[in-house]
Design a binder for this molecule. Structure first.
Ligand code: M6R
Length: 615
């Protein structure tokens, strides 16, 4: 939530900031702003409700000049999205400009103290309080410079922050800090880049330093990068090389990132399996499991925590681990799990699934589990993200950057990693015999090709989208492995088209949702040839008997469902456990085309943000 960019060097900062903000806009897009320090010592400060393009339109061609600047794209928490609440926020004397991602939980108390000391606030934000607090500390002690004043101020702050601060009096330096919100510093040749993630930086340098929690950094043209903890311990910066490719963050000829990412799935799933699924050796190599074999063999229970789409992947994983490894599994919304008093301890393995690796609730859940003695296995897409760094072990999904807010390729890559883990653990615990193990490996290795084949169905799916785009509601049904696919289908449709959609286990329909069914209700149902096929056929009949419209995902060659359903979409046959990797694709394409036809902002749907770093 919220995107932060910064630049200090010799180039003009403004174009870099705007480009960076556009790359980060997926993180939040209700207002945007920049502050650039000119060579004349004047701060050029512009903010606007809306997107980065609205900011540019508002600036009417005025291009701020200067080689130190910060920029922000906001996802509102404190106060509505408007010009005044947009970042950067300034100190009372206008000398400091600050951008912030996160929430200052004790901002109210801090604000009252500052008001009592004569500070005036113009916005509703917690951020403005922080910049005034730094100003207050700076003014109250002549011995403190901006770096020190920021460090001292952050000791008074409760909450989450990634910040960048510019001081008019210090044109050669930029102050940064983070706690629970990500911040990456790019180290160039005589220049520094700062951003919430590496996408705005990759074009200029591959050398980055990921700031850790409660660290404050100063980047200076004269003295380079210096880091201390907020408790004033010196930290030696660790430079990491980025592996991201430029093409992966561009649309590459597609109209939207979401469509590009849907089409990337044959490759992203193959990338995820590569090197891990070793058909020739009859083995699966998962470092995070291989290095802790005894622990996985002895584990009493798995607890999976995640949010949103990642939680749906967790539900499918529950079926996989139970099926392949015969190990009890609980799947929890991270936001619920962390606020309970769950019984958890040594012998439990907590699997945290998160595309961004920054989701606040998931991060908090893993911290709690670690405190209680559980081993944390993180499954993340973003390399170097907080969850990946705070987990004891784990696996990356290697899907490449996912820019569309609606998760698509990250979801299928999560399923692929989870399938590998479940099969590997199943073999380790002796629950899978060699024959089934080999069969599963062969089946899984064929998935990318089957996903590729599904892309050919796009024109057909687009026609279905045209037919159902004006439905006010939609129901998604599935059983077994395809129940979470129904949940994911409904989430996808609602988040990008704003059509109300609900996902249910097909058998639950008759316990309530059936009351909704009439001729205006499209029912999207996964009816592939699996262990539940006959039961799903009965559910389809129940819908048809009440006049509902059935759009069914079926196994290639199916004739029974075809004779009943209004529309069918064929997927190739696969092991039941891997069908979700196929059956989810038509739902992604369907949601995408419905949203496009309704002229929605597909990549940046209203009210959402890609990375939910607030609780
Ligand atoms: O980055 P994470 O996987 O932790 O994010 C979890 C959810 O916020 C995310 O999956 C969200 O539900 C997506 N918008 C779904 O498309």
């Amino acid at each position: 939530m919220c995107g932060i960019v910064g630049y200090l060097g010799e180039k003009e900062a403004f174009p870099l900031l705007i480009k960076g903000l556009k790359r980060l806009e997926y993180r939040g897009y209700d207002s945007a702003g920049i502050a650039v320090l000119g060579d004349d010592g004047k701060l050029q400060h512009h903010r606007r409700k809306g997107k980065v393009d609205d900011l540019l339109a508002h600036m009417e061609g005025r291009v701020p000049s200067g080689s130190l600047g910060i920029g922000h794209t906001r996802w509102a928490t404190h106060g509505p999205p408007n010009d005044v609440n947009a970042h950067p926020h300034l100190s009372g004397d206008g000398q400091l400009a600050l951008i912030h991602n996160g929430i200052i939980e004790n901002y109210h108390a801090l604000k009252e103290t500052l008001v009592a000391r004569g500070h005036t606030f113009y916005s509703d934000t917690d951020t403005e309080v922080l910049v005034h607090l730094i100003e207050e500390i700076l003014k109250s002690s002549e011995d403190l410079d901006l770096f020190e004043a920021t460090r001292v101020a952050l000791n008074e702050v409760v909450g989450a922050y990634a910040i960048a601060v510019v001081d008019v009096a210090r044109p050669g330096e930029l102050i940064l800090a983070r706690k629970s919100s990500p911040l990456v510093i790019g180290i160039g040749d005589g220049e520094f880049f700062v951003a919430s993630d590496a996408t705005p930086i990759i074009e200029y340098t591959k050398n980055v330093v990921y700031l850790e929690d409660e660290e404050v950094a100063k980047v200076s043209l004269s003295s380079g990068l210096k880091i201390r903890t907020i408790k004033n311990h010196r930290v030696t910066p660790v430079i990491t090389e980025l592996e991201m490719a430029m093409e992966s963050i561009e649309k590459g000829g597609y109209e939207h990132f979401m469509l590009k990412e849907i089409h990337e799935q044959p490759r992203s799933i193959a990338d995820c399996l590569r090197g891990r699924l070793r058909l020739g050796h009859g083995a699966i190599r998962m470092a995070g499991i291989d290095d802790h074999q005894q622990m996985w063999t002895d584990a009493q229970r798995l607890i999976i925590v995640a949010c949103g789409t990642s939680w749906h992947a967790g539900l499918i994983a529950e079926y996989m681990f139970e099926d392949f490894a015969r190990i009890p599994v609980e799947v929890e919304y991270a936001s619920e799990f962390r606020y309970r008093n769950p019984v958890i301890g040594e012998g439990d393995i907590l699997i945290a699934i998160s595309q961004s690796g920054e989701t606040a609730d998931t991060l908090a859940a893993i911290r709690m589990a670690k405190e209680k003695g559980a081993h944390v296995f993180g499954i993340c897409n973003v390399v170097g993200s907080s969850i990946s760094r705070e987990s004891h072990s784990g696996a990356y999904t290697h899907a490449g950057p996912e820019i569309g807010v609606a998760s698509t390729k990250a979801f299928t890559a999560q399923l692929a990693v989870l399938a590998l883990c479940a099969i590997r653990v199943g073999r380790l615990r002796g629950a899978l015999d060699e024959q089934r193990f080999n069969r599963l490996m062969v089946d899984l290795s064929g998935i990318p090709e089957k996903v590729e084949a599904l892309m050919q169905l796009e024109p057909e799916i687009e026609k279905i989208a045209e037919e159902f785009k004006n439905a006010p509601n939609a129901l998604f049904l599935g059983r077994g492995y395809n129940f979470p696919v129904a949940l994911e289908g409904a989430l996808k449709l609602k988040e990008i088209s704003y059509i109300h959609a609900e996902g249910y286990p097909a058998a639950e329909m008759k316990h309530g949702p059936i009351a909704l069914i009439d001729e205006n209700m499209p029912v999207f149902i996964v009816a592939t040839k699996d262990a539940h096929y006959d039961k799903v056929v009965s559910n389809i009949q129940e819908v048809k008997a009440r006049g509902g419209k059935v759009i069914a995902i079926v196994t290639a060659g199916d004739s029974e469902v075809k004779s009943m359903a209004d529309k069918t979409i064929e997927v190739h046959r696969a092991d039941d456990a891997f069908v979700p990797l196929l059956s989810t694709i038509p739902f992604q394409l369907l949601s995408y085309h419905i949203a496009v036809k309704l002229e929605r902002n597909v990549d940046q749907p209203r009210n959402l943000a890609k990375s939910v770093t607030v609780e």
